[in-house]
Ligand binder design. Sequence first.
Ligand code: CA
Length: 326
Amino acid sequence: MAPASTSRPFGPPIVIAHRGACGYLPEHSFPAKAYAHALGADFLEQDVVLTRDDVPIVFHDLILEEVTDVATLFASRGRADGHWYAIDFSYAELQTLALHDRIETGGAATWPHRFGERLPLRIHSLAEELTLVRGLNRATGKSVGVYTEVKSPAWHRAAGKDLAPRVLSVLADFGYRTAADACWLQCFDAAELARIRFELGSQLRLVQLIGENAWAEAATDYDALRTPAGLAGVARYAQGIGPWIAQIATWPSAGAAPLISSLVADAHAAGLAVHAYTFRIDQLPAHAPDADAAQRALFELAGVDGLFSDFPDVSLAFLGRRKDCP
Ligand code: CA
């Protein structure tokens, strides 16, 4: 692997509260967002999917049962594949569900040492979340930004729904319209991002998320996107890429030094910022010795420009920016 650049063409690195401060409170709940705002995150993340009645909601999955009590409240509304889909429910119905920490099939907690309590935490719309951010920014004098993901646009289109224009419309309603606004718009689907730029005419900063082809997140060839030629193509419509951590830093074995790929340097050479996902102190990269070492590899050795973090305070502390250390 080639040595990576640690120059910072995009300024000081940012911390993006992944689904809110979801290391501490159920993902995409208002408490998780307010807590992330209080901890000092630079951006709060919104994943967005549509309801049956076309309301953009802040929710990570197409399916509901891993973070809500839908299987109990609407036992008969699952599909034949055993899943309950957000798109099969009205916004009013979804508001009767309670959010909880993520669970696996069978009910075990995905991250057993997190919040783990049951409370009436509600699913909310994108407009409501942007209202929360506006109010918190007003009350605190901060200017925390929003970092919104258009989830599975091709899947929505196959279901007869066009997600991206609805997301852009809500963002515009709250003043997020141009590259100067405190907003990034992210998507795994390269064709949809190009459409957002060229057909829908968005001037927002766009981030091309990069997964592995095996994940089947979108009909996008991520192996091709990660090459210098692919990154040059991304730079025609986007301002950044969002690769996952293993595409940047890997530890071949316990005690070994991290291997840093050329991806960050290649992206910088193409004029693209790099915001990596996802940092979790309870799910470190394989063989990474500790959280500090993982973040050092990303921020200092690779030179990423931002990190999606379930624990924004830990990432801010690493960057010397945490003000509330106990
Ligand atoms: Ca996301």
